[in-house]
Design a protein around this ligand. Structure first.
Ligand code: COA
Length: 196
C-alpha cells in the first residue's frame, strides 16, 4: 500500500491557486520542516489548540513527527505560501486490524490564511491519495465546537456517522460531544471496473 503512496507523492510539489489569487505550494512534510511546522501550531490560538489531539506546542512532538516520517502510516501534506507553512492535512492509516481500509483525515490552517480554500484543496488532494492507495473509506473526527470544519467536510461529501455526547476530553480535561464523519472512497464506476 505504501508503494502506491510513494508513487502518488511524485506529483508533488504542486502549485495551486487560492480563491484570493495567491499561489500555494502543496508538498509532503520533510525532516527539516521541524521549526517551521512547529511555528504553525504556535500560531494557533490556545483555546483552539486545546482541541488538537497531541501536545503540538511541544517541539519534541513535532521533532518526532519530522524525524520518523512513515507515509504509509501518517502522511502530512503541507500548504506553503511565500515559503511559510500555513496549513497541513494528514492521512492516517492503521495497518492491519479492522480499520485497515479506512483512512482518517485531519486538517489545520493558520488563522490568517483561512477562508481562501486552502483546507478544501489539501483535503481534496489527501482524499485522492487515499483513493489511489486503495483505501475504501475516509473518516474525520471532531468535537461539536468544530462547526466550520464539519461544514467543510460536509461540502466534500462527508456524512455524520455517529455523535456521542460528552465522550472526549480536551487538553484541559473538559468533556465535549464527539462526532465522527465518513465518506465512501469507492465509486460505483470503480466497482464496475473491477468486474469488467
Ligand atoms: C476548518 C479549517 C481547516 C478550514 O480552513 P480554511 O482553509 O479556512 O477552509 P476553506 O477556505 O477551504 O473553507 C471551506 C468551507 O468551510 C466552511 N468554513 C470555513 N471556515 C468557516 C467558518 N469560520 N465558519 C463557517 N464555515 C466555514 C465554508 O463553507 C467554506 O466554504 P466557502 O468559503 O465556499 O463558504 C480551519 O478553520 C481550521 O484550521 N480550523 C481549526 C482546526 C480544525 O477544526 N480542524 C478540523 C479537525 S479534522
Amino acid at each position: 500500500m505504501s508503494f502506491s503512496i510513494e508513487l502518488e507523492l511524485q506529483k508533488f510539489p504542486k502549485t495551486i491557486k487560492l480563491k484570493d489569487g495567491k499561489k500555494a505550494v502543496l508538498r509532503p512534510l520533510k525532516a527539516d520542516d521541524e521549526k517551521a511546522f512547529h511555528q504553525l501550531f504556535l500560531d494557533i490560538p490556545e483555546q483552539e489548540r486545546m482541541f488538537i489531539k497531541h501536545r503540538v506546542q511541544d517541539i519534541k512532538v513535532i521533532r518526532d513527527w519530522c524525524k520518523n516520517i512513515d507515509v504509509g502510516r501518517n502522511l502530512p501534506l503541507l500548504g506553503v505560501i511565500d515559503g511559510k507553512i500555513v496549513g497541513s492535512a494528514t492521512l492516517h492509516q492503521r495497518l492491519g486490524g479492522w480499520k485497515r481500509h479506512i483512512g482518517r483525515v485531519s486538517v489545520l490552517v493558520h488563522p490568517e490564511y483561512r477562508g481562501r480554500g486552502l483546507a478544501t484543496k489539501l483535503i481534496t488532494e489527501i482524499l485522492g491519495i487515499a483513493r489511489e492507495a486503495g483505501l475504501e473509506k475516509a473518516e474525520a473526527a471532531f468535537i461539536a465546537e468544530q462547526k466550520a470544519a464539519m461544514k467543510m467536510f460536509a461540502m466534500l461529501g462527508f456524512n455524520q456517522l455517529v455523535r456521542l455526547d460528552d465522550y472526549v476530553k480536551d487538553m484541559q480535561a473538559i468533556t465535549h460531544d464527539y462526532i465522527l464523519m465518513g465518506l465512501e472512497l469507492k465509486t460505483d464506476e470503480e466497482y464496475a471496473g473491477v468486474g469488467g
